[in-house]
Ligand binder design. Structure first.
Ligand code: ZN
Length: 137
């Protein structure tokens, strides 16, 4: 499987990190880790930005973290007109590992607070597309 199954709108299908979407289908959110220097990346990278090694491995992202910041969108770009309002946030897992994602529609904007404990989960949309989102812990 390639990236054609990822997200609400199509992405380029062929990338060196397309296995990311297979992992989402298995219920896992994975990043990559450099086998030479140990630097972790999310979104996953095929090459290490720290030491330029091509020897990368996959690791499962932590499930729980703290919400570092968020924003709520009341207008959306073309293709997402039916979505607002929706919120997007950055989750800090510690050790420099962070993740940016949409927040679950089940979370109302007024419930979202910086510093709250959150969980990152894979999701499957009604049309079969895969992604991941932030929910309340
Ligand atoms: Zn490296």
């Amino acid at each position: 499987m390639g990236f054609e199954k990822f997200g609400r709108k199509s992405f380029t299908a062929v990338t060196k990190t397309a296995k990311f979407v297979d992992f989402l289908g298995e219920g896992k959110v994975e990043g990559t880790v450099c086998k030479d220097c140990g630097t972790k990346f999310f979104p996953p990278r095929a090459d290490c930005a720290n030491c330029f090694s091509k020897k990368m491995d996959w690791f499962e992202m932590p499930k729980r973290g703290k919400l570092e910041t968020f924003t709520t969108a009341y207008y959306a770009p073309f293709g997402f007109e039916g979505d607002p309002p929706y919120s997007m946030g950055v989750v800090d897992f510690g050790g420099g590992l962070k993740l940016f994602a949409r927040m679950s529609k089940a979370l109302k904007p007024e419930e979202i607070k910086v510093g709250m404990e959150v969980i990152v989960s894979p999701i499957k949309y009604d049309d079969g597309q895969l992604s991941f989102e932030i929910t309340k812990a």
